[in-house]
Design a protein around this ligand. Structure first.
Ligand code: C5P
Length: 292
């Protein structure tokens, strides 16, 4: 019998992103607090009678050819395990595309995890994360999920317990805007790392303690200077969401998504109402735990 697997592929936010320096390999050394959230794509993997890997997706802007990270992940896995490809994979997109929420990376991560189960391969999370790092910088984190400080290119991870109880996360994205991560990094010029190191070291404690008043004063994302300059609508969303002064508001990754962290649903909804009249897509989610 041909097997089917249905998997959740959750998004992440960066509760702080410090871009330290450009590396000789073209990537940047960074430090970031990565947090899984409840917003998730749904990935369905079917064993097929036909040779090859066929991808389908309900979102018109997502390529379904070999450039799709899901295709790359499946090809890599089957290659390394010496399995002849015969799969169809459907991606049901709930996470906005090119939004700074690791949507493509998390789909690829779900496929690596799913194929290990489908073919009964006893790979550890560390094995899968190593494979994932060949697909993209965010993939190792989204394979594991939860809360982590990411360093290096994003693959050096130290995991922590996420805040308890979970925080409410409002995601707000200007309609029709997508940002290339590569473009954002290329246009960022690192500098002044001394002050940032001190601030970054205090971020994790404030976040885990759910101390939103302290976190609001400390939190920063270096790529905001690039994306907010090019897309002033992202700045407008940030200003509105922050107006109630009850949440912690920041751009995620290279944007354009902006998130707000709130202690409860009431203060989250109060902030959401400030977005009335703006061309914006809004999701009300919460911080989530690790997968393993
Ligand atoms: O690793 P990934 O393919 O997701 O990264 C997309 C782009 O983002 C890279 O091509 C690179 O330009 C930039 N990037 C970077 N430093 C990182 C992660 C990503 O410069 N640590």
């Amino acid at each position: 019998m041909k097997k089917t697997l249905i998997l959740q592929a959750p998004a992440k936010i960066n509760v702080g992103l410090w871009v330290k320096s450009k590396r000789p390999d073209g990537y940047h050394d960074l430090a970031s607090i990565m947090q899984t959230i409840s917003l998730a794509d749904i990935i369905t993997i079917n064993e097929s009678t036909e040779h090859g890997i066929r991808i389908t997706c309900d979102h018109p802007l997502v390529p379904t050819d070999s450039t799709n990270l899901v295709h790359r992940a499946a090809t890599l896995f089957l290659d390394q395990m010496s399995i002849v490809p015969a799969l169809t994979i459907h991606i049901e997109k709930k996470i906005p595309v090119a939004a700074g929420l690791a949507g493509g990376s998390t789909d690829a991560a779900a496929v690596l995890t799913g194929l290990a189960r489908l073919y009964d391969k006893s790979l550890s999370p560390a094995d899968l994360m190593k494979m994932g790092s060949l697909i993209g910088s965010d993939v190792p984190f989204v394979i594991h999920g939860g809360l982590a400080v990411a360093e290096g290119r994003g693959e050096k991870l130290s995991f922590h317990e996420p805040p308890r109880p979970p925080l409410v996360v409002v995601i707000a994205i200007p309609s029709g805007v997508g940002v290339s991560t590569k473009w954002a990094y290329e246009n960022y010029h690192p500098g002044n790392n001394e002050a940032k190191e001190r601030t970054f070291n205090m971020l994790l404690d404030a976040y885990r303690a759910r101390n939103l008043d302290v976190l609001r004063k400390l939190v920063f994302n270096d790529l905001e200077s690039v994306t907010l300059h090019r897309y002033p609508e992202v700045l407008r969303i940030k200003e509105r969401l922050a107006a109630t002064e009850e949440g912690v508001v920041l751009m995620s990754g290279s944007g354009p998504s902006v998130f707000g962290l709130f202690a409860d649903k009431r203060s989250a909804m109060k902030a959401v109402r400030t977005l009335d009249g703006l061309p914006v897509d809004v999701f009300i989610e919460h911080t989530a735990k690790k997968h393993f």
